[in-house]
Design a protein around this ligand. Structure first.
Ligand SMILES: NC(=O)c1ccc[n+]([C@@H]2O[C@H](COP(=O)([O-])OP(=O)(O)OC[C@H]3O[C@@H](n4cnc5c(N)ncnc54)[C@H](OP(=O)(O)O)[C@@H]3O)[C@@H](O)[C@H]2O)c1
Length: 317
């Protein structure tokens, strides 16, 4: 099969489009013929090894590793002998165990869910990592409630635009912050772009704004959920240093400061599938790139210009 591979850390220039063997599935795994694979900043971190592994000079775990694209949507090609939920021909999406910038990817049975009818492969592939982060951040860390005022930084981004949609689905009143050229897009999602605090909940997905600039926008008992941290100055921890500060400060103040570290969970993938099916969540695909142009997809996302999600598509043979 054709796949995008890397054998060293670096920019998207290190990626190569090559022929490799189709992954062999284990007993609990599913082989998916990939139709679409999502792109998110995590792919860039794995590719560059930043902020930590690449800088410490740690090698890649194997000599030649498919770049970490884990969001996948496609059609089941084959299943391991313990797999009960899926059969060949089923349309699925979820989190792959092998790189999804490839014609085939494998995934654990409990990391896939059926793709709802009427949802495209591109939209399904855009959903797992960004959607689970949005959901876990908003519902579990932010404990969003109906009628709350929610402010979203990075509201036009992959995670941010899903937070706007989900928060509205929970009955919150949402305001979004983004660069000027994306404000129309943010308004098209149903958010206001006039920042008039205070807010019950701030969801920060964009960059590394200091906590002391965000707290005055919160009510005295409001919650700040820290999702992103790009551009952090920390040499080895990058944006994570802000999260450590939040943990240290939180017990001393009334406002709640909550970093989020999203984890793949079957129940959350199922919840996202329901939100896709009922229209609460409608991932917006800014651009798609063919498999051999996956390096351009990563460059484009990294440029910061995207509105919504960037997706790699794989044409069925
Ligand atoms: N906590 C977790 O578990 C978790 C999981 C997945 C991803 N993440 C992180 O969450 C963040 C958002 O992910 P995403 O998929 O939404 O990314 P995205 O699609 O690239 O959107 C992020 C938005 O943030 C703004 N931005 C990007 N870089 C910035 C910088 N250096 N300074 C200020 N603003 C910047 C841009 O919006 P404007 O230019 O319009 O402001 C961009 O639209 C990333 O940092 C990602 O690594 C965290």
């Amino acid at each position: 099969m054709k796949a995008i591979l890397q054998d060293e850390y670096g920019s998207a220039d290190v990626l190569r489009y090559m022929e490799i063997p189709v992954p062999v599935v284990g007993d609990d795994e599913v082989l998916v013929r990939v139709r679409a694979a999502g792109v998110d900043p995590g792919v860039w971190h794995y590719m560059t090894g930043l902020p930590t592994a690449g800088r410490l000079g740690l090698g890649l775990r194997r000599p030649r590793v498919p770049v970490r694209g884990s969001d996948v949507a496609g059609v089941v090609e084959a299943v391991g002998r313990n797999v009960r939920k899926f059969k060949a021909g089923d349309e699925v999406f979820g989190v792959a165990a092998s790189g999804s910038y490839a014609e085939f990817a494998k995934a654990k049975e409990n990391r896939l869910v059926p793709k709802p009818d009427g949802v495209s492969f591109e939209q399904a592939a855009a959903t797992p990592v960004s959607g689970m982060t949005a959901l876990q951040g908003l519902r579990d860390r932010g404990r969003v409630e109906e009628g709350q005022r929610v402010l979203v930084f990075g509201a036009a981004g992959g995670i941010g635009h899903m937070i706007v949609q989900l928060a509205r689905g929970y009955g919150a009143e949402v305001t979004g912050v983004a660069r000027e050229s994306k404000l129309d897009f943010v308004r098209s999602l149903g958010a206001s772009t006039e920042v008039t605090g205070p807010y019950d909940l701030i969801m920060d997905t964009a960059g590394n704004r200091p906590i002391k600039e965000l707290r005055p926008l919160l009510t005295p008992s409001g919650t700040l959920v820290i999702v992103g941290g790009e551009g952090g100055k920390g040499r080895f921890l990058g944006g994570f240093e802000r999260s450590l500060r939040a943990y240290a400060m939180s017990p001393l103040i009334r406002q709640r400061l909550k970093p989020v570290m999203s984890l793949p969970k079957l129940a959350d993938l199922e919840a996202l599938a329901r939100f896709l099916a009922d229209g609460t969540l409608r991932p917006v695909i800014d651009r798609t790139f063919a498999l051999d142009a996956a390096p351009d997809a990563i460059r484009y996302l990294n440029s910061g210009a995207a509105r919504g999600k960037v997706v790699v598509t794989v044409t069925p043979a």
